[in-house]
Design a protein around this ligand. Structure first.
Ligand code: C5P
Length: 227
């Protein structure tokens, strides 16, 4: 927690583990800027595929990244990436991006390109007058914000996750992405040491949000009463 009360919540977890719905609800409850870093890796993937770049050619990826211009647009308490002047939306959830995003995300060149951009979102949240930042991804509590005030790791059994994606009408290789994301050398998907694990397999969204909110509220209460 920073001296002015601004705080960062890091939420990590595998594909379709319920991060986005949970983070959206928490952002509304606590007045936080919501950043879905998966959407950033997806937007980059979409752009690189459009530029005809293949993840098997890291040098070509690096050269293409050097020419990409990034900005941020904030709407409804969520930050979206503006990439070369555009904010891709539905197209980043399509099968082509699903099939390629983990290969691009495994490249150190791509992760290095996004590192400072992701960290700079704390400033975007402050400048926008938010009470804090809630950022979801795979390496937020381990690499991007290891000193975040709160770090959570969401889990759910694979069957429940496949059902969630099907209910959203999406085709997604959840287990294959988790396998690639967990096994890569650069910032793999891990439960950061000391993070609070929440298994949502048998919980409703409201129950998950309540569980996490109680932890945040307890600490916010302690901080305000101590000083
Ligand atoms: O969260 P979502 O499933 O949309 O993320 C898409 C992909 O982006 C993940 O499978 C992973 O390969 C990559 N990713 C990542 N690090 C993050 C967020 C997402 O590598 N912090």
């Amino acid at each position: 927690m920073q001296s002015d009360g601004f705080f960062i919540v890091a939420v990590d977890g595998g594909a379709a583990s319920g991060k986005s719905s949970t983070c959206r609800a928490l952002s509304a409850r606590f007045g936080l800027l919501h950043v879905d870093t998966g959407s950033y890796y997806r937007a980059i993937t979409h752009r690189l595929l459009n530029l005809g770049v293949d993840p098997s050619e890291p040098h070509a990826v690096e050269a293409a990244l050097a020419r990409i211009d990034l900005g941020t647009r904030v709407a409804d308490r969520s930050a979206a990436m503006v990439i070369d002047g555009n904010t891709p939306e539905d197209e980043i959830r399509g099968p082509e991006v699903n099939a390629n995003v983990s290969a691009f995300a495994a490249l150190p060149e791509v992760r290095a390109f996004l590192l400072e951009y992701q960290r700079s979102q704390a400033r975007t949240a402050r400048d926008g007058g938010f009470a804090g930042l809630i950022m979801e991804g795979r390496d937020i509590g381990s690499v991007i914000f290891p000193d975040a005030s709160f770090r959570f790791f969401l889990m759910a059994d694979p069957k429940a996750r496949v059902q969630r994606r099907a209910a959203q009408g999406q085709t997604d290789s959840i287990q294959e992405r988790d396998r690639l994301d967990s096994q890569r050398k650069s910032s793999p998907l891990v439960c950061p040491e000391g993070a609070v694990q929440v298994d949502s397999t048998h919980l409703t969204l409201e129950e998950v949000v309540e569980k996490i909110s109680e932890i945040i509220e307890a600490r916010l209460g302690e901080t305000s009463s101590s000083g």
